[in-house]
Design a protein around this ligand. Structure first.
Ligand code: 5GP
Length: 116
């Protein structure tokens, strides 16, 4: 893999398969390979932004779009009524393993607070 390349960049380019639930010109949503809840979907930008820390004013529209896609996915999956959680892990101590920004959309079980 080229430097800075991630598994999610390969998913965006269709080089490795994923269980896709949504795609448009700026974002892709697909099921997490190791689901942490009965419904666990990742929403990612096609642009390889590593994390929230690298986002600047020029990314405002993209960040908003990712949240809109997350709610669209929730509706498509029939999860709106039961409630859901959207999580962005940022940095290693917060649990970020893939350095390509992604929103976790989790639903289908009670969610504890505060998160572990
Ligand atoms: P992070 O820990 O970086 O916040 O989340 C990365 C997520 O990506 C994890 O929940 C992990 O299960 C998921 N993941 C890692 N590799 C793949 C993959 O190749 N395909 C899919 N669908 N999910 C992946």
């Amino acid at each position: 893999m080229a430097e800075g390349e991630t598994i999610f960049a390969k998913i965006v380019r269709g080089e490795i398969p994923c269980d896709k639930v949504y795609e448009d010109e700026r974002a892709v949503a697909f099921r997490d390979i190791h689901p942490a809840a009965p419904s666990h979907i990742l929403v990612i930008p096609k642009e390889p932004l590593p994390s929230l820390l690298e986002a600047g004013p020029e990314h405002e529209a993209l960040l908003g779009h990712l949240l809109v896609v997350a709610t669209e996915v929730v509706r498509l999956e029939g999860l709106a009524e039961q409630g859901f959680r959207v999580v962005v892990n940022n940095g290693k101590s917060a649990g970020q393993e893939v350095m390509h920004l992604h929103l976790h959309v989790l639903a289908g079980r009670p969610m504890g607070w505060p998160p572990g």
